[in-house]
Write a protein that binds this ligand. Structure first.
Ligand code: MG
Length: 400
Protein backbone atom coordinates (compact mmCIF):
# COMPACT_ATOMS: atom_id res chain seq x y z
CA UNK A 1 0.00 0.00 0.00
CA UNK A 2 1.34 3.35 -0.92
CA UNK A 3 -0.18 6.42 0.47
CA UNK A 4 0.73 9.80 1.66
CA UNK A 5 0.39 12.03 4.65
CA UNK A 6 0.58 15.78 4.86
CA UNK A 7 2.98 17.25 7.33
CA UNK A 8 0.16 18.49 9.50
CA UNK A 9 -0.95 14.92 9.95
CA UNK A 10 2.47 13.85 11.02
CA UNK A 11 2.44 16.62 13.55
CA UNK A 12 -0.90 15.35 14.64
CA UNK A 13 0.62 11.93 15.15
CA UNK A 14 3.28 13.44 17.25
CA UNK A 15 0.82 15.21 19.47
CA UNK A 16 -1.01 11.98 19.91
CA UNK A 17 2.07 9.90 20.43
CA UNK A 18 1.06 8.66 23.80
CA UNK A 19 -2.23 7.40 22.53
CA UNK A 20 -0.99 5.91 19.33
CA UNK A 21 0.08 2.65 20.80
CA UNK A 22 -2.14 -0.20 19.73
CA UNK A 23 -3.69 1.88 17.03
CA UNK A 24 -2.94 1.15 13.43
CA UNK A 25 -1.53 3.84 11.29
CA UNK A 26 -3.05 4.66 7.99
CA UNK A 27 -0.90 7.45 6.81
CA UNK A 28 -1.09 9.12 3.49
CA UNK A 29 1.95 10.98 2.41
CA UNK A 30 2.94 12.52 -0.88
CA UNK A 31 6.36 11.02 -0.86
CA UNK A 32 5.98 8.28 1.60
CA UNK A 33 4.59 4.87 1.57
CA UNK A 34 3.02 2.60 4.03
CA UNK A 35 3.17 -1.08 3.98
CA UNK A 36 1.36 -2.51 6.91
CA UNK A 37 1.66 -6.22 6.99
CA UNK A 38 1.57 -9.00 9.48
CA UNK A 39 -0.16 -6.84 12.01
CA UNK A 40 3.04 -5.17 12.84
CA UNK A 41 4.77 -2.22 11.49
CA UNK A 42 8.43 -2.24 11.15
CA UNK A 43 10.30 0.85 11.78
CA UNK A 44 9.28 3.87 10.19
CA UNK A 45 11.45 6.75 9.93
CA UNK A 46 10.55 10.12 8.85
CA UNK A 47 13.08 11.46 6.54
CA UNK A 48 13.85 15.04 6.27
CA UNK A 49 12.81 16.67 3.15
CA UNK A 50 14.31 19.82 1.91
CA UNK A 51 11.58 22.06 0.70
CA UNK A 52 12.93 25.38 -0.31
CA UNK A 53 15.03 26.10 2.70
CA UNK A 54 16.70 24.42 5.56
CA UNK A 55 14.09 22.39 7.14
CA UNK A 56 14.07 18.93 8.24
CA UNK A 57 12.22 16.60 10.33
CA UNK A 58 14.09 13.62 11.43
CA UNK A 59 11.92 11.41 13.38
CA UNK A 60 11.43 7.89 14.16
CA UNK A 61 8.52 5.67 14.45
CA UNK A 62 8.92 2.55 16.40
CA UNK A 63 6.56 -0.23 15.84
CA UNK A 64 6.29 -3.38 17.74
CA UNK A 65 4.01 -6.26 17.20
CA UNK A 66 0.68 -4.72 16.60
CA UNK A 67 1.64 -1.65 18.51
CA UNK A 68 2.85 1.51 17.07
CA UNK A 69 4.91 3.97 18.90
CA UNK A 70 5.15 7.06 16.88
CA UNK A 71 7.88 9.32 17.92
CA UNK A 72 8.50 12.19 15.70
CA UNK A 73 10.52 14.32 17.88
CA UNK A 74 13.21 16.30 16.47
CA UNK A 75 13.32 18.95 13.92
CA UNK A 76 10.10 20.34 12.64
CA UNK A 77 9.87 20.66 8.94
CA UNK A 78 7.98 19.27 6.10
CA UNK A 79 8.58 15.66 5.75
CA UNK A 80 7.94 12.59 3.91
CA UNK A 81 7.39 9.42 5.75
CA UNK A 82 8.35 5.95 4.89
CA UNK A 83 6.55 3.37 6.85
CA UNK A 84 7.45 -0.18 6.22
CA UNK A 85 5.39 -3.06 7.31
CA UNK A 86 7.05 -6.02 8.85
CA UNK A 87 6.66 -8.23 11.81
CA UNK A 88 10.15 -8.52 13.06
CA UNK A 89 9.37 -6.11 15.86
CA UNK A 90 12.57 -4.26 15.48
CA UNK A 91 13.18 -0.63 15.18
CA UNK A 92 15.02 0.48 12.14
CA UNK A 93 16.05 4.02 12.40
CA UNK A 94 16.46 5.82 9.20
CA UNK A 95 20.01 5.97 8.10
CA UNK A 96 21.24 9.06 9.88
CA UNK A 97 21.28 12.21 7.90
CA UNK A 98 19.68 10.66 4.91
CA UNK A 99 19.23 14.05 3.45
CA UNK A 100 22.46 15.51 4.66
CA UNK A 101 20.58 18.07 6.67
CA UNK A 102 19.66 18.53 10.22
CA UNK A 103 19.06 21.49 12.40
CA UNK A 104 20.19 23.43 15.40
CA UNK A 105 23.26 25.56 14.78
CA UNK A 106 21.92 26.84 11.47
CA UNK A 107 18.74 27.96 13.17
CA UNK A 108 20.65 29.49 16.08
CA UNK A 109 22.79 31.40 13.60
CA UNK A 110 19.80 32.67 11.63
CA UNK A 111 18.12 33.89 14.82
CA UNK A 112 21.36 35.47 15.95
CA UNK A 113 22.23 37.11 12.63
CA UNK A 114 18.73 38.43 12.07
CA UNK A 115 18.42 39.67 15.65
CA UNK A 116 21.84 41.30 15.45
CA UNK A 117 20.44 43.80 12.96
CA UNK A 118 18.03 45.01 15.62
CA UNK A 119 20.09 44.69 18.78
CA UNK A 120 19.36 47.69 21.00
CA UNK A 121 18.15 49.67 18.00
CA UNK A 122 15.51 52.35 17.99
CA UNK A 123 11.91 51.17 18.16
CA UNK A 124 11.21 52.78 14.79
CA UNK A 125 13.73 50.52 13.11
CA UNK A 126 11.99 47.45 14.50
CA UNK A 127 8.58 48.72 13.46
CA UNK A 128 9.77 49.46 9.94
CA UNK A 129 12.13 46.62 9.20
CA UNK A 130 11.25 43.60 11.34
CA UNK A 131 9.56 41.89 8.43
CA UNK A 132 11.98 39.01 7.76
CA UNK A 133 12.47 40.55 4.33
CA UNK A 134 16.22 40.63 4.77
CA UNK A 135 19.04 40.72 7.27
CA UNK A 136 19.96 44.14 8.54
CA UNK A 137 23.50 45.20 9.23
CA UNK A 138 24.64 45.34 12.83
CA UNK A 139 25.11 48.64 14.59
CA UNK A 140 28.71 47.63 15.31
CA UNK A 141 29.37 47.55 11.60
CA UNK A 142 29.09 43.83 10.93
CA UNK A 143 27.63 43.08 7.57
CA UNK A 144 24.08 41.86 7.24
CA UNK A 145 23.66 38.12 7.67
CA UNK A 146 26.71 37.73 9.86
CA UNK A 147 26.17 35.96 13.14
CA UNK A 148 27.67 37.08 16.43
CA UNK A 149 29.01 35.80 19.72
CA UNK A 150 25.87 33.81 20.50
CA UNK A 151 26.44 31.45 17.61
CA UNK A 152 30.21 31.39 17.84
CA UNK A 153 30.09 30.38 21.50
CA UNK A 154 27.36 27.84 20.74
CA UNK A 155 29.73 26.35 18.19
CA UNK A 156 32.43 26.26 20.84
CA UNK A 157 30.12 24.49 23.26
CA UNK A 158 29.10 22.01 20.58
CA UNK A 159 32.71 21.31 19.70
CA UNK A 160 33.42 20.49 23.31
CA UNK A 161 30.43 18.16 23.45
CA UNK A 162 31.78 16.32 20.44
CA UNK A 163 35.24 15.95 21.88
CA UNK A 164 34.65 15.10 25.52
CA UNK A 165 32.02 13.03 27.29
CA UNK A 166 32.23 14.94 30.56
CA UNK A 167 33.91 18.25 29.88
CA UNK A 168 35.08 20.61 32.57
CA UNK A 169 35.42 24.36 32.58
CA UNK A 170 38.93 24.29 31.14
CA UNK A 171 37.72 22.56 27.99
CA UNK A 172 35.07 25.22 27.48
CA UNK A 173 37.49 28.07 28.10
CA UNK A 174 39.85 26.56 25.56
CA UNK A 175 37.08 26.25 23.01
CA UNK A 176 35.87 29.82 23.54
CA UNK A 177 39.34 31.16 22.85
CA UNK A 178 39.97 28.81 19.94
CA UNK A 179 36.72 29.62 18.17
CA UNK A 180 37.18 33.35 18.57
CA UNK A 181 40.82 33.44 17.52
CA UNK A 182 40.27 31.42 14.38
CA UNK A 183 37.36 33.64 13.38
CA UNK A 184 37.33 36.97 15.26
CA UNK A 185 33.99 38.69 15.15
CA UNK A 186 31.99 41.38 16.90
CA UNK A 187 29.14 41.07 19.30
CA UNK A 188 31.03 40.07 22.43
CA UNK A 189 30.92 42.18 25.53
CA UNK A 190 33.79 44.61 25.26
CA UNK A 191 35.73 43.24 28.22
CA UNK A 192 35.46 39.64 27.12
CA UNK A 193 36.39 40.47 23.56
CA UNK A 194 39.48 42.27 24.82
CA UNK A 195 40.49 39.20 26.79
CA UNK A 196 39.83 36.90 23.84
CA UNK A 197 42.05 39.13 21.72
CA UNK A 198 44.83 38.94 24.26
CA UNK A 199 44.64 35.39 25.57
CA UNK A 200 46.36 32.67 23.60
CA UNK A 201 44.49 29.83 25.21
CA UNK A 202 41.83 28.85 27.70
CA UNK A 203 44.19 28.75 30.63
CA UNK A 204 45.14 32.36 30.09
CA UNK A 205 41.49 33.33 29.80
CA UNK A 206 40.59 31.60 33.05
CA UNK A 207 43.50 33.25 34.80
CA UNK A 208 42.55 36.74 33.77
CA UNK A 209 38.78 36.76 33.63
CA UNK A 210 36.60 37.85 36.54
CA UNK A 211 33.51 35.78 35.90
CA UNK A 212 31.07 37.74 38.04
CA UNK A 213 28.59 38.56 35.31
CA UNK A 214 24.85 38.09 35.73
CA UNK A 215 24.22 38.74 32.07
CA UNK A 216 22.94 36.32 29.49
CA UNK A 217 26.25 35.21 28.01
CA UNK A 218 26.14 31.76 29.57
CA UNK A 219 22.54 31.21 28.50
CA UNK A 220 23.00 32.33 24.92
CA UNK A 221 25.42 29.50 24.16
CA UNK A 222 23.59 26.74 26.02
CA UNK A 223 21.08 25.39 23.53
CA UNK A 224 23.52 22.71 22.28
CA UNK A 225 23.88 21.46 25.86
CA UNK A 226 20.37 20.09 25.46
CA UNK A 227 21.95 17.33 23.39
CA UNK A 228 23.26 15.75 26.56
CA UNK A 229 20.91 12.91 27.30
CA UNK A 230 21.50 12.57 31.02
CA UNK A 231 19.96 15.32 33.13
CA UNK A 232 22.56 15.16 35.87
CA UNK A 233 25.36 15.35 33.36
CA UNK A 234 23.54 18.17 31.63
CA UNK A 235 23.32 20.17 34.84
CA UNK A 236 27.00 19.61 35.62
CA UNK A 237 28.08 20.56 32.14
CA UNK A 238 25.86 23.63 32.06
CA UNK A 239 27.53 24.79 35.25
CA UNK A 240 31.00 23.95 34.01
CA UNK A 241 30.61 26.07 30.90
CA UNK A 242 28.74 28.89 32.63
CA UNK A 243 31.29 29.52 35.38
CA UNK A 244 34.02 30.27 32.87
CA UNK A 245 32.44 33.66 32.27
CA UNK A 246 29.33 33.81 34.49
CA UNK A 247 30.08 32.28 37.86
CA UNK A 248 26.94 33.66 39.45
CA UNK A 249 23.64 32.04 40.43
CA UNK A 250 21.92 33.84 37.55
CA UNK A 251 24.55 32.83 35.03
CA UNK A 252 24.60 29.19 36.04
CA UNK A 253 20.82 28.90 36.34
CA UNK A 254 20.22 30.52 32.99
CA UNK A 255 22.56 28.08 31.27
CA UNK A 256 20.90 25.14 32.98
CA UNK A 257 17.40 26.32 32.11
CA UNK A 258 18.17 26.87 28.43
CA UNK A 259 19.88 23.50 28.17
CA UNK A 260 17.01 21.79 29.94
CA UNK A 261 14.41 23.38 27.68
CA UNK A 262 16.20 22.01 24.63
CA UNK A 263 16.77 18.66 26.29
CA UNK A 264 13.13 18.31 27.32
CA UNK A 265 11.92 18.79 23.77
CA UNK A 266 14.54 16.54 22.31
CA UNK A 267 14.53 13.64 24.73
CA UNK A 268 11.37 13.80 26.78
CA UNK A 269 8.81 14.78 24.18
CA UNK A 270 7.62 17.54 26.45
CA UNK A 271 5.05 19.76 24.84
CA UNK A 272 5.77 23.45 24.77
CA UNK A 273 2.86 24.19 27.06
CA UNK A 274 4.44 21.92 29.67
CA UNK A 275 7.95 23.26 29.30
CA UNK A 276 7.76 25.75 32.17
CA UNK A 277 6.56 23.06 34.57
CA UNK A 278 9.34 20.75 33.44
CA UNK A 279 11.94 23.44 34.02
CA UNK A 280 10.48 24.29 37.41
CA UNK A 281 10.53 20.64 38.39
CA UNK A 282 14.17 20.11 37.53
CA UNK A 283 15.71 23.49 38.31
CA UNK A 284 13.31 25.21 40.67
CA UNK A 285 13.25 28.17 38.32
CA UNK A 286 9.87 29.57 37.33
CA UNK A 287 9.81 30.77 33.77
CA UNK A 288 7.41 33.57 32.97
CA UNK A 289 5.32 33.61 29.84
CA UNK A 290 4.26 37.24 29.96
CA UNK A 291 7.45 39.16 29.31
CA UNK A 292 6.66 42.40 27.52
CA UNK A 293 9.51 44.79 28.18
CA UNK A 294 12.69 45.41 26.28
CA UNK A 295 15.25 42.75 27.13
CA UNK A 296 18.44 43.90 28.73
CA UNK A 297 21.54 41.70 28.57
CA UNK A 298 20.23 40.11 31.71
CA UNK A 299 20.20 36.36 32.17
CA UNK A 300 16.83 36.14 33.87
CA UNK A 301 15.07 38.62 31.62
CA UNK A 302 16.35 36.69 28.64
CA UNK A 303 14.90 33.44 29.95
CA UNK A 304 11.49 35.01 30.46
CA UNK A 305 11.51 36.62 27.02
CA UNK A 306 12.57 33.37 25.34
CA UNK A 307 9.82 31.41 27.06
CA UNK A 308 7.19 34.06 26.39
CA UNK A 309 7.95 34.04 22.67
CA UNK A 310 8.20 30.26 22.52
CA UNK A 311 4.82 29.79 24.13
CA UNK A 312 2.81 32.09 21.92
CA UNK A 313 4.11 31.12 18.50
CA UNK A 314 4.18 27.93 16.49
CA UNK A 315 6.10 28.98 13.43
CA UNK A 316 9.78 29.84 13.40
CA UNK A 317 9.12 32.90 11.28
CA UNK A 318 6.59 34.26 13.77
CA UNK A 319 8.91 33.40 16.62
CA UNK A 320 11.82 35.25 15.11
CA UNK A 321 9.81 38.39 14.54
CA UNK A 322 8.35 38.17 18.03
CA UNK A 323 11.79 37.90 19.60
CA UNK A 324 12.96 40.99 17.76
CA UNK A 325 9.81 42.87 18.71
CA UNK A 326 10.88 42.82 22.37
CA UNK A 327 13.71 45.17 21.57
CA UNK A 328 17.02 45.17 23.40
CA UNK A 329 19.37 42.21 23.30
CA UNK A 330 17.26 40.50 20.70
CA UNK A 331 19.99 38.55 18.93
CA UNK A 332 20.49 36.49 22.05
CA UNK A 333 16.76 36.06 22.62
CA UNK A 334 16.26 35.03 18.99
CA UNK A 335 19.28 32.72 18.89
CA UNK A 336 18.12 30.85 21.99
CA UNK A 337 14.43 30.77 21.13
CA UNK A 338 14.82 29.75 17.49
CA UNK A 339 17.43 27.16 18.47
CA UNK A 340 15.10 25.63 21.05
CA UNK A 341 12.07 25.81 18.77
CA UNK A 342 13.96 24.00 16.02
CA UNK A 343 13.87 20.96 18.30
CA UNK A 344 10.12 21.06 18.80
CA UNK A 345 7.76 19.21 16.49
CA UNK A 346 5.13 21.75 17.46
CA UNK A 347 7.04 24.37 15.54
CA UNK A 348 6.71 24.76 11.83
CA UNK A 349 10.07 25.33 10.24
CA UNK A 350 9.28 28.10 7.85
CA UNK A 351 12.19 30.47 8.02
CA UNK A 352 12.26 32.35 4.73
CA UNK A 353 14.70 31.06 2.16
CA UNK A 354 16.14 34.54 1.87
CA UNK A 355 17.30 34.35 5.47
CA UNK A 356 18.64 30.84 5.05
CA UNK A 357 20.42 31.71 1.84
CA UNK A 358 21.43 35.11 3.13
CA UNK A 359 23.26 33.74 6.14
CA UNK A 360 26.99 34.25 5.78
CA UNK A 361 28.65 31.34 4.06
CA UNK A 362 32.33 31.86 4.57
CA UNK A 363 34.72 29.56 6.39
CA UNK A 364 32.44 29.21 9.42
CA UNK A 365 29.18 30.18 7.82
CA UNK A 366 26.11 28.38 6.63
CA UNK A 367 27.78 25.39 5.02
CA UNK A 368 30.06 24.86 7.99
CA UNK A 369 27.13 25.07 10.39
CA UNK A 370 24.99 22.68 8.36
CA UNK A 371 27.80 20.14 8.25
CA UNK A 372 28.41 20.59 11.93
CA UNK A 373 24.73 19.94 12.61
CA UNK A 374 25.01 16.69 10.71
CA UNK A 375 28.04 15.77 12.76
CA UNK A 376 26.16 16.54 15.95
CA UNK A 377 23.34 14.33 14.73
CA UNK A 378 25.83 11.52 14.35
CA UNK A 379 27.10 11.93 17.89
CA UNK A 380 23.69 12.61 19.40
CA UNK A 381 21.20 10.37 17.62
CA UNK A 382 18.20 12.15 19.10
CA UNK A 383 19.06 15.08 16.90
CA UNK A 384 19.06 12.86 13.86
CA UNK A 385 15.83 11.22 14.88
CA UNK A 386 17.47 7.90 15.53
CA UNK A 387 17.56 5.84 18.62
CA UNK A 388 19.71 2.85 19.09
CA UNK A 389 17.41 -0.07 19.88
CA UNK A 390 19.12 -0.53 23.21
CA UNK A 391 17.84 2.86 24.28
CA UNK A 392 14.27 1.80 23.88
CA UNK A 393 12.85 0.20 26.99
CA UNK A 394 11.37 -3.13 26.14
CA UNK A 395 7.63 -3.04 26.12
CA UNK A 396 7.41 0.63 26.90
CA UNK A 397 6.82 3.67 24.92
CA UNK A 398 10.01 5.47 24.18
CA UNK A 399 8.40 8.48 25.74
CA UNK A 400 9.10 8.99 29.32
MG1 MG B 1 25.15 38.56 20.11
Amino acid sequence: MTSSTPYSTIRHWHRRTRTLARKPLRPRTPQGRLQATHGGLRAACVAGKRMGSFRLLLGRVLAREGDLYAAITVCPCRVHADLFGDNDHAMYPLAPHATGETCLLVEIAIGDAYGAGFEFCARERIVQHNTLAAYASHALGSEAGRYTDDTQMSIAVAEVLLSEPAPGSDAFAEAFVRCYRRDPRNGYAKGLQGLLDECADGAALRQRIRPASRRNGAAMRSVPLGLISDKTQLAQTARAQAVVTHDTPEGVTSAHVVALMAHSLLYDGVELADLSAQVKHHTGFQLRNDWAAEVECDAIQTLHAVNTALQRNRRLSDLLRDCVDFGGDVDSVAAIAVGIASLSPEYQSDLPARLVDGLEDGMYGRTFLARFDVELGGRFPALAGCFAPSLVPEGNSIWR
